[in-house]
Design a protein around this ligand. Structure first.
Ligand SMILES: [Zn+2]
Ligand SMILES: [Zn+2]
Length: 69
């Protein structure tokens, strides 16, 4: 069964059926519990429609703890 996901395309801002693309960053963050090649990484999800090519986000946000208090 294919599940259809409706949302807003982040490239053209159309409300339509969207697909997800994950981009992985070499950042050990506190917000994602994602591993890539068995390393903890930060992930950003881009939602895009069938008319658009997914592009990596220009800005990323992640949560992290400072090394000092
Ligand atoms: Zn689009
Ligand atoms: Zn993260």
């Amino acid at each position: 069964m294919n599940s259809i996901e409706l949302g807003t395309c982040q490239i053209c801002n159309k409300d339509t059926q969207v697909f997800r693309k994950y981009y992985y960053y070499d950042i050990k963050c506190e917000c994602c519990l994602v591993t890539h090649d068995s390393k903890r990484v930060h992930a950003e999800i881009i939602y895009y429609c069938q008319d658009c090519e997914p592009k990596p986000p220009k800005t990323i946000t992640f949560e992290s703890n400072p090394l000092n208090k």
